[in-house]
Design a protein around this ligand. Structure first.
Ligand code: FES
Ligand SMILES: [Fe+2]
Length: 262
C-alpha cells in the first residue's frame, strides 16, 4: 500500500466522543450532507459498520465503506470495499493528550502507483478538513450538553412579551434544560432543544407542520406532542407557557401576581 496523504488535527474532546463518532454511521448524510447524500447500512457490530455511501457531487456514484475500531489502541480503519476509490484504506489513530484533548492522525493509503494519486490525496485532505470541522462542532456541543445534564432551580421563568418570545432563535432555560418557543396551531408552545438521541440541537428553527428536524441524524419531532416520527423517542416534556395580565409570558408555573388582578 502506498501512502498518498496525511492529515493531523487536534480536537478539544475526549476519546469517548471520538470513538462514538467514528462508529456512528447514521450522521453521515445529515451532519455531513455536503459530502454524503445517503447511507445504507450493510452490516454492523459493536466495533464496526459497513455502509453504502452516496457521494455528493458524484451523481449516482457510491462507495461501500467498512470501518473497524480498536478502542484499545485508538485506531480505526476505513476500507473502501467497492465503488469510488475502491481499495483505499484510511487509517486513523487517536491519541489522548488530556481528558478533553486528543490528536487524530489520518493516513490515506491506496493499493498502487496511479497518475491521479496526488490529486486524490489533496482531495481527501480537503474533504477530511470539512468532515472534522463538522464533527468537532457536534462532539463539542454533545459534550457540553452531557455536562449540563443537571437539574437546575425550580420555579417560574419570565419569558417576555409576545414580541420578545417571537424573535427568531428565542430560547429559555428551565430546570437546567433549554427550550425553544414558537406559535404552532395558534398557540405558543415550548419544546426541548435537546434531541433525545445524541443530544443534538433542536432550537433555532421554526417548526414546519409542527415538526423540527435534528441536523445530526435527521430525526424529526412533533413539538406539539414531543413524539419522534422516526423512532420510539420522546422529547423532554416542556413547561406550559402562561400569559399574565400584562401580556407577559411565563414558563413552568402559573403567571405571577399581575395575573391575579384580572
Ligand atoms: S442527535 Fe441524533 S437525531 Fe438528534
Ligand atoms: Fe463524522
Amino acid at each position: 500500500m502506498r501512502e498518498i496523504a496525511r492529515y493531523r488535527r487536534a480536537l478539544p474532546v475526549g476519546l469517548d466522543r471520538m470513538f462514538e463518532n467514528a462508529l456512528d454511521w447514521q450522521h453521515l448524510p445529515h451532519l455531513h450532507r455536503t459530502t454524503f447524500t445517503d447511507a445504507t447500512l450493510l452490516d454492523e457490530g459493536d466495533d464496526f459498520w459497513e455502509a453504502r455511501l452516496a457521494l455528493a457531487g458524484f451523481g449516482p456514484l457510491t462507495q461501500d465503506v467498512r470501518l473497524t475500531l480498536d478502542p484499545a489502541t485508538g485506531v480505526w480503519v476505513s476500507e473502501v470495499r467497492a465503488g469510488v476509490a475502491k481499495g483505499m484504506v484510511i487509517h486513523t489513530t487517536a491519541i489522548a493528550e488530556g481528558p478533553r484533548a486528543i490528536t487524530v492522525d489520518v493516513r490515506f493509503r491506496v493499493p498502487g502507483r496511479r497518475p491521479w494519486n496526488r490529486w486524490l490525496g489533496r482531495r481527501m485532505v480537503e474533504t477530511y478538513r470539512v468532515l472534522y470541522d463538522e464533527d468537532e462542532a457536534m462532539m463539542v456541543e454533545r459534550q457540553a450538553q452531557l455536562d449540563r445534564r443537571r437539574t437546575g432551580a425550580d420555579g417560574p421563568v419570565r419569558l417576555g412579551t409576545e414580541a420578545e418570545i417571537g424573535r427568531p432563535g428565542f430560547s429559555f432555560a428551565h430546570r437546567g434544560r433549554t427550550f425553544a418557543v414558537a406559535r404552532v396551531d395558534g398557540a405558543w408552545i415550548a419544546w426541548s432543544t435537546l434531541c433525545p438521541h445524541w443530544l443534538g440541537p433542536l432550537g433555532g428553527q421554526a417548526p414546519v407542520d409542527g415538526c423540527v428536524e435534528c441536523p445530526w441524524h435527521g430525526y424529526r419531532f412533533d413539538v406539539r406532542t414531543g413524539r419522534c416520527l422516526d423512532h420510539p423517542l420522546k422529547l423532554t416534556p416542556a413547561p406550559r407557557l402562561n400569559r399574565d395580565a400584562d401580556g407577559v409570558y411565563w414558563a413552568g408555573a402559573e403567571p405571577q401576581a399581575a395575573d391575579t388582578s384580572t
